[in-house]
Write a protein that binds this ligand. Structure first.
Ligand SMILES: [Zn+2]
Length: 326
């Protein structure tokens, strides 16, 4: 079937450690249908593929289409990846090793599938369709469980000589600072990710009354919505921790702005979007203290515009580009 707008629809998949989302996307980038499931993160590659297919079928059903109508697909996946082969080399969050997610989904659906790093996919979505639209030089930062980044210069994603560039979360913002999941100390991620905040709030709850810290222990994890609510409720510890996170994010991003001079810094990710405009303003103020290359404040700071859809839309763009390149 041909969808209004001309070209055939594609499928975009956002494979996350907590949830899998899929969207059928028309060639004018409208989402025609969606599917969403929890990720069976401890059950290995085949279980993830099965759940991914359920998401795809749900999205197709919602759009009134069937598998045969799709022309191609894209997957945004945690890595490291072998992008050319469509293989997840390793992922602690997904409990998989050397899993050919691209070829597996491709053979199940009978269409070509492009696999790309999840943060790059989200950054590309924001660049093409979200807050970065219309700019050629964009720095995107995603603040959630970890901190990811995507740098676009002259309209192209900077992947670096190793194809792994963009790991902004592991810029050291304080020598000898807290231990980071990567094994180093003092990384931006060790100060400003949701994981870092969660650890500090739980610790605080052991010393003095901290309702949010207690809630994290009850639920087993910090939810971005709970953090935002605690800030709105004027929970002093939550406010202090969020301000601290914004300060260190600003330090890291300000340094990057000095080096790369983007036209706009786009800040997304579940935690940043839940905290919203006040969080963006604090990050911007901290970054401006570092930035010496923009005396007239031409460089903009903005919240991401696509919300949860950045991943599925970015993945659909990769799929469509693969089609265009033949
Ligand atoms: Zn690190």
């Amino acid at each position: 079937m041909t969808v209004q707008g001309g070209g055939p629809p594609v499928i975009g998949v956002d494979l996350g450690g907590t949830k899998i989302m899929a969207a059928v996307v028309a060639d004018d980038n409208r989402i025609l249908g969606r599917g969403k499931r929890n990720t069976p993160a401890k059950e290995g590659g085949p279980a993830i593929l099965k759940t991914m297919l359920e998401c795809v079928d749900e999205a197709l059903e919602q759009s009134g289409l069937k598998r045969g109508d799709l022309a191609a697909g894209g997957i945004g996946s945690p890595g490291p990846l072998d992008v050319d082969a469509g293989v997840i080399l390793f992922s602690a969050n997904l409990s998989v090793k050397n899993y050919p997610v691209g070829p597996e989904l491709s053979s199940a659906l009978g269409i070509p599938i492009k696999v790309q790093n999840d943060v790059r996919v989200g950054g590309y979505g924001e660049f093409m369709l979200g807050a970065g639209r219309g700019y050629g030089d964009v720095l995107a930062a995603f603040v959630g469980t970890g901190i990811g980044g995507c740098l676009i210069q002259n309209g192209r994603i900077v992947a670096g000589s190793t194809n792994n560039a963009g790991e902004i979360g592991h810029i050291v913002v304080k020598a000898g600072g807290p231990r980071c999941g990567c094994g180093n100390n003092g990384c931006m991620e060790a100060f400003a990710s949701k994981t870092a905040l969660s650890n500090r709030l739980v610790k605080a709850a052991k010393k003095r009354s901290c309702p949010l810290g207690d809630k994290i222990q009850r639920k087993g994890r910090l939810k971005s919505g709970d953090l935002a609510q605690a800030v709105r409720d004027k929970d002093e510890i939550a406010i202090r921790e969020v301000e601290r996170a914004a300060y260190y994010l600003g330090l890291g991003l300000g340094g990057l702005v000095n080096v790369f001079g983007p036209q706009i810094v786009v800040i997304g990710g579940g935690m940043a979007l839940a905290l919203g405009q006040p969080f963006l303003e604090r990050i911007t103020a901290s970054a401006r203290l570092q930035i010496i290359t923009d005396p007239t404040h031409c460089i903009k700071f903005a919240l991401a515009g696509l919300g949860d859809d950045a991943g599925v839309l970015g993945a659909s763009l990769y799929a469509r580009e693969m089609l265009a390149q033949g």
